[in-house]
Design a protein around this ligand. Sequence first.
Ligand SMILES: [Zn+2]
Length: 299
Amino acid sequence: MNAPLKLFFFAIMALFLVSSPTFANPTAVPRLKPNLKTVAPPAKPAVTVRYTSQRYFSDSVPYPRLAPHLSEKTTRKPVIFIDAGHGGRDPGAIGIKGTHEKDITTKASATLKALLEKTGRYTVVLTRPNDSYLEHEKRLRLAREGGADLFISIHADSAGNKSAKGASVYTLADRAKNRSKRLVSNSQNWIMDVDLSKQSDPVGDILVDLAQRKTESQSEQFANLLIAELEKTTTLVGNSHRRAGYFVLLAPDVPAVLLELGFLSNAQDEKLLNKASHREKLMRSVVRSIDQYFSQEQK
Ligand SMILES: [Zn+2]
Protein backbone atom coordinates (compact mmCIF):
# COMPACT_ATOMS: atom_id res chain seq x y z
CA MET A 1 0.00 0.00 0.00
CA ASN A 2 1.51 3.36 -0.91
CA ALA A 3 1.61 6.29 1.51
CA PRO A 4 -1.34 8.41 0.19
CA LEU A 5 -3.53 5.32 0.02
CA LYS A 6 -2.54 4.36 3.59
CA LEU A 7 -3.40 7.87 4.78
CA PHE A 8 -6.75 7.69 3.05
CA PHE A 9 -7.43 4.32 4.65
CA PHE A 10 -6.67 5.63 8.15
CA ALA A 11 -8.77 8.72 7.56
CA ILE A 12 -11.74 6.52 6.65
CA MET A 13 -11.19 4.34 9.75
CA ALA A 14 -10.98 7.39 12.02
CA LEU A 15 -14.16 8.84 10.55
CA PHE A 16 -15.94 5.53 11.10
CA LEU A 17 -14.80 5.26 14.73
CA VAL A 18 -15.76 8.82 15.65
CA SER A 19 -19.19 8.46 14.07
CA SER A 20 -19.96 5.18 15.85
CA PRO A 21 -22.33 5.62 18.80
CA THR A 22 -20.09 3.58 21.11
CA PHE A 23 -17.27 6.00 20.54
CA ALA A 24 -19.38 9.09 20.85
CA ASN A 25 -20.99 7.85 24.06
CA PRO A 26 -18.82 5.32 25.85
CA THR A 27 -21.67 4.29 28.16
CA ALA A 28 -23.98 3.31 25.31
CA VAL A 29 -24.52 -0.41 25.09
CA PRO A 30 -24.26 -1.69 21.55
CA ARG A 31 -27.58 -3.20 20.59
CA LEU A 32 -27.92 -6.34 18.57
CA LYS A 33 -31.36 -5.58 17.30
CA PRO A 34 -33.11 -2.23 17.17
CA ASN A 35 -35.65 -1.96 19.94
CA LEU A 36 -38.91 -0.42 18.80
CA LYS A 37 -39.49 1.44 22.02
CA THR A 38 -36.07 3.02 22.13
CA VAL A 39 -36.13 3.96 18.48
CA ALA A 40 -39.38 5.85 18.82
CA PRO A 41 -38.83 9.31 20.32
CA PRO A 42 -40.66 9.97 23.61
CA ALA A 43 -43.93 11.81 23.11
CA LYS A 44 -43.27 14.46 25.77
CA PRO A 45 -39.58 14.95 26.38
CA ALA A 46 -40.34 17.64 28.97
CA VAL A 47 -41.30 14.98 31.51
CA THR A 48 -38.34 13.13 32.89
CA VAL A 49 -39.02 9.44 32.71
CA ARG A 50 -37.21 7.52 35.41
CA TYR A 51 -36.24 4.36 33.65
CA THR A 52 -37.60 1.42 35.48
CA SER A 53 -34.70 -0.91 34.82
CA GLN A 54 -33.22 0.62 37.97
CA ARG A 55 -36.09 -0.79 39.98
CA TYR A 56 -35.41 -4.35 38.90
CA PHE A 57 -31.93 -4.27 40.29
CA SER A 58 -32.54 -2.18 43.39
CA ASP A 59 -34.15 -4.91 45.46
CA SER A 60 -32.47 -8.02 46.76
CA VAL A 61 -33.40 -10.06 43.71
CA PRO A 62 -30.76 -9.44 41.07
CA TYR A 63 -32.99 -10.35 38.16
CA PRO A 64 -36.65 -9.74 37.58
CA ARG A 65 -38.89 -12.70 38.07
CA LEU A 66 -40.99 -13.81 35.18
CA ALA A 67 -43.77 -15.29 37.24
CA PRO A 68 -44.07 -15.97 40.94
CA HIS A 69 -42.89 -19.46 41.66
CA LEU A 70 -45.05 -21.63 43.83
CA SER A 71 -42.36 -22.77 46.26
CA GLU A 72 -41.91 -19.15 47.31
CA LYS A 73 -45.60 -18.69 47.94
CA THR A 74 -46.44 -21.65 50.07
CA THR A 75 -49.41 -19.91 51.63
CA ARG A 76 -51.51 -20.10 48.54
CA LYS A 77 -53.00 -23.08 46.78
CA PRO A 78 -51.56 -24.08 43.43
CA VAL A 79 -53.49 -22.53 40.57
CA ILE A 80 -54.48 -25.02 37.88
CA PHE A 81 -55.71 -23.73 34.54
CA ILE A 82 -57.79 -26.18 32.55
CA ASP A 83 -58.10 -25.27 28.93
CA ALA A 84 -60.92 -26.98 27.06
CA GLY A 85 -59.75 -27.14 23.45
CA HIS A 86 -61.71 -25.39 20.69
CA GLY A 87 -65.25 -24.07 21.37
CA GLY A 88 -67.90 -21.85 19.85
CA ARG A 89 -67.52 -21.63 16.09
CA ASP A 90 -64.52 -23.98 16.26
CA PRO A 91 -65.82 -27.53 16.81
CA GLY A 92 -62.34 -29.12 16.62
CA ALA A 93 -62.24 -32.68 15.34
CA ILE A 94 -65.52 -34.29 14.33
CA GLY A 95 -66.04 -37.96 15.12
CA ILE A 96 -67.33 -40.74 12.94
CA LYS A 97 -70.70 -40.46 14.63
CA GLY A 98 -70.56 -36.67 14.53
CA THR A 99 -69.19 -36.00 18.02
CA HIS A 100 -67.68 -32.54 18.27
CA GLU A 101 -64.30 -32.38 19.97
CA LYS A 102 -65.28 -29.12 21.69
CA ASP A 103 -68.16 -30.89 23.50
CA ILE A 104 -65.90 -33.65 24.81
CA THR A 105 -63.26 -31.16 25.95
CA THR A 106 -65.86 -28.94 27.66
CA LYS A 107 -67.35 -31.87 29.57
CA ALA A 108 -63.97 -33.39 30.52
CA SER A 109 -62.70 -30.01 31.71
CA ALA A 110 -65.77 -29.47 33.90
CA THR A 111 -65.29 -32.93 35.42
CA LEU A 112 -61.62 -32.29 36.08
CA LYS A 113 -62.43 -28.96 37.71
CA ALA A 114 -65.00 -30.56 40.00
CA LEU A 115 -62.64 -33.40 40.98
CA LEU A 116 -59.77 -31.03 41.69
CA GLU A 117 -61.93 -28.67 43.73
CA LYS A 118 -63.22 -31.56 45.77
CA THR A 119 -59.70 -32.18 47.07
CA GLY A 120 -59.65 -28.65 48.50
CA ARG A 121 -56.01 -28.37 47.51
CA TYR A 122 -56.23 -26.29 44.37
CA THR A 123 -57.58 -23.14 42.86
CA VAL A 124 -59.03 -24.25 39.55
CA VAL A 125 -59.82 -22.01 36.63
CA LEU A 126 -61.31 -22.89 33.26
CA THR A 127 -60.08 -20.81 30.34
CA ARG A 128 -63.56 -21.14 28.86
CA PRO A 129 -66.36 -22.26 31.20
CA ASN A 130 -68.88 -22.49 28.37
CA ASP A 131 -69.03 -23.27 24.69
CA SER A 132 -67.42 -20.09 23.43
CA TYR A 133 -64.67 -19.35 20.98
CA LEU A 134 -61.40 -18.26 22.54
CA GLU A 135 -58.20 -17.24 20.74
CA HIS A 136 -55.10 -19.21 21.66
CA GLU A 137 -53.38 -16.04 22.71
CA LYS A 138 -56.24 -15.20 25.05
CA ARG A 139 -55.99 -18.64 26.67
CA LEU A 140 -52.32 -18.09 27.43
CA ARG A 141 -52.90 -14.56 28.60
CA LEU A 142 -55.60 -15.70 31.02
CA ALA A 143 -53.31 -18.36 32.44
CA ARG A 144 -50.46 -15.94 32.99
CA GLU A 145 -52.65 -13.23 34.44
CA GLY A 146 -54.28 -15.77 36.71
CA GLY A 147 -50.89 -16.90 38.03
CA ALA A 148 -51.19 -20.42 36.66
CA ASP A 149 -48.84 -22.95 38.21
CA LEU A 150 -49.91 -25.57 35.73
CA PHE A 151 -51.75 -25.35 32.44
CA ILE A 152 -53.52 -28.38 30.99
CA SER A 153 -55.07 -28.11 27.57
CA ILE A 154 -57.59 -30.84 26.84
CA HIS A 155 -58.24 -32.12 23.35
CA ALA A 156 -59.40 -35.16 21.41
CA ASP A 157 -57.42 -36.38 18.45
CA SER A 158 -58.33 -37.29 14.91
CA ALA A 159 -56.31 -39.21 12.33
CA GLY A 160 -56.64 -40.50 8.80
CA ASN A 161 -55.81 -43.94 10.12
CA LYS A 162 -59.11 -45.04 11.66
CA SER A 163 -57.43 -47.68 13.80
CA ALA A 164 -55.33 -45.09 15.68
CA LYS A 165 -56.60 -44.86 19.23
CA GLY A 166 -55.60 -43.97 22.76
CA ALA A 167 -54.50 -40.98 24.76
CA SER A 168 -51.29 -39.00 24.39
CA VAL A 169 -49.58 -36.10 26.12
CA TYR A 170 -47.76 -33.28 24.39
CA THR A 171 -45.12 -30.91 25.68
CA LEU A 172 -43.38 -28.10 23.83
CA ALA A 173 -41.04 -29.26 21.08
CA ASP A 174 -37.49 -27.93 20.86
CA ARG A 175 -38.15 -26.50 17.45
CA ALA A 176 -40.96 -24.35 18.88
CA LYS A 177 -38.85 -22.78 21.59
CA ASN A 178 -37.64 -19.93 19.43
CA ARG A 179 -41.23 -19.24 18.60
CA SER A 180 -41.92 -18.97 22.30
CA LYS A 181 -39.07 -16.51 22.61
CA ARG A 182 -40.31 -14.46 19.69
CA LEU A 183 -43.70 -14.33 21.30
CA VAL A 184 -42.08 -12.50 24.16
CA SER A 185 -39.95 -10.07 22.24
CA ASN A 186 -42.30 -9.26 19.41
CA SER A 187 -45.62 -8.92 21.14
CA GLN A 188 -45.13 -5.85 23.32
CA ASN A 189 -43.97 -8.20 26.05
CA TRP A 190 -47.52 -9.23 26.66
CA ILE A 191 -46.43 -12.46 28.14
CA MET A 192 -44.00 -11.04 30.66
CA ASP A 193 -44.60 -9.54 34.06
CA VAL A 194 -41.48 -7.50 33.65
CA ASP A 195 -41.07 -4.99 30.90
CA LEU A 196 -38.15 -6.36 28.96
CA SER A 197 -38.22 -3.45 26.57
CA LYS A 198 -36.10 -1.45 28.99
CA GLN A 199 -33.51 -4.19 29.16
CA SER A 200 -30.97 -4.69 26.48
CA ASP A 201 -32.00 -7.51 24.21
CA PRO A 202 -29.30 -9.94 25.37
CA VAL A 203 -30.49 -9.61 28.98
CA GLY A 204 -34.07 -10.21 27.92
CA ASP A 205 -33.01 -13.27 25.97
CA ILE A 206 -31.18 -14.70 28.96
CA LEU A 207 -34.17 -14.17 31.23
CA VAL A 208 -36.47 -15.88 28.80
CA ASP A 209 -33.97 -18.70 28.37
CA LEU A 210 -33.77 -19.29 32.09
CA ALA A 211 -37.52 -19.25 32.52
CA GLN A 212 -37.98 -21.45 29.52
CA ARG A 213 -35.55 -24.06 30.72
CA LYS A 214 -37.19 -24.30 34.12
CA THR A 215 -40.67 -24.42 32.64
CA GLU A 216 -39.56 -27.06 30.19
CA SER A 217 -38.29 -29.40 32.89
CA GLN A 218 -41.46 -28.84 34.95
CA SER A 219 -43.65 -29.59 31.94
CA GLU A 220 -41.67 -32.74 31.17
CA GLN A 221 -41.88 -33.81 34.81
CA PHE A 222 -45.64 -33.38 34.85
CA ALA A 223 -46.07 -35.07 31.47
CA ASN A 224 -44.22 -38.13 32.75
CA LEU A 225 -46.39 -38.35 35.86
CA LEU A 226 -49.52 -37.91 33.78
CA ILE A 227 -48.56 -40.63 31.31
CA ALA A 228 -47.73 -43.03 34.15
CA GLU A 229 -51.19 -42.45 35.66
CA LEU A 230 -53.06 -42.62 32.34
CA GLU A 231 -51.29 -45.86 31.55
CA LYS A 232 -52.97 -47.48 34.54
CA THR A 233 -56.47 -46.61 33.35
CA THR A 234 -56.58 -46.31 29.59
CA THR A 235 -54.98 -47.14 26.26
CA LEU A 236 -52.14 -44.89 25.23
CA VAL A 237 -50.96 -44.37 21.69
CA GLY A 238 -47.62 -45.99 20.87
CA ASN A 239 -45.53 -42.89 21.33
CA SER A 240 -47.55 -41.41 24.15
CA HIS A 241 -45.27 -38.50 25.07
CA ARG A 242 -45.05 -36.27 22.06
CA ARG A 243 -43.62 -32.86 21.44
CA ALA A 244 -45.25 -30.21 19.34
CA GLY A 245 -45.38 -26.48 18.78
CA TYR A 246 -48.97 -25.98 19.84
CA PHE A 247 -49.60 -22.35 20.60
CA VAL A 248 -51.09 -23.02 24.04
CA LEU A 249 -47.79 -24.58 25.13
CA LEU A 250 -45.76 -21.51 24.27
CA ALA A 251 -45.81 -19.48 27.51
CA PRO A 252 -42.16 -19.51 28.57
CA ASP A 253 -42.98 -19.44 32.27
CA VAL A 254 -46.07 -21.60 32.76
CA PRO A 255 -45.55 -25.38 32.85
CA ALA A 256 -47.97 -26.72 30.28
CA VAL A 257 -49.09 -29.95 28.69
CA LEU A 258 -51.66 -30.79 26.07
CA LEU A 259 -53.65 -33.94 26.71
CA GLU A 260 -55.31 -35.74 23.83
CA LEU A 261 -57.98 -37.92 25.42
CA GLY A 262 -58.35 -40.29 22.49
CA PHE A 263 -59.22 -40.38 18.81
CA LEU A 264 -62.62 -39.25 17.58
CA SER A 265 -61.67 -40.83 14.26
CA ASN A 266 -61.70 -44.22 15.98
CA ALA A 267 -65.16 -45.71 16.54
CA GLN A 268 -64.22 -47.30 19.86
CA ASP A 269 -62.58 -44.18 21.26
CA GLU A 270 -65.46 -41.99 20.13
CA LYS A 271 -67.89 -44.20 21.99
CA LEU A 272 -65.73 -44.15 25.12
CA LEU A 273 -65.24 -40.40 25.06
CA ASN A 274 -68.99 -39.90 24.96
CA LYS A 275 -69.31 -41.83 28.23
CA ALA A 276 -69.23 -39.71 31.40
CA SER A 277 -67.78 -42.66 33.34
CA HIS A 278 -64.84 -42.99 30.94
CA ARG A 279 -64.12 -39.27 30.99
CA GLU A 280 -64.23 -39.33 34.78
CA LYS A 281 -61.81 -42.24 34.86
CA LEU A 282 -59.38 -40.28 32.69
CA MET A 283 -59.79 -37.14 34.77
CA ARG A 284 -59.13 -39.05 38.00
CA SER A 285 -55.78 -40.04 36.48
CA VAL A 286 -55.10 -36.39 35.79
CA VAL A 287 -55.94 -35.49 39.41
CA ARG A 288 -53.55 -38.16 40.73
CA SER A 289 -50.74 -36.89 38.53
CA ILE A 290 -51.41 -33.30 39.65
CA ASP A 291 -51.29 -34.44 43.29
CA GLN A 292 -47.95 -36.12 42.68
CA TYR A 293 -46.56 -33.18 40.78
CA PHE A 294 -47.35 -30.66 43.51
CA SER A 295 -46.24 -32.92 46.34
CA GLN A 296 -42.87 -33.15 44.58
CA GLU A 297 -42.83 -29.39 44.00
CA GLN A 298 -43.27 -28.66 47.69
CA LYS A 299 -40.30 -30.77 48.75
ZN1 LIG B 1 -58.00 -30.25 19.40
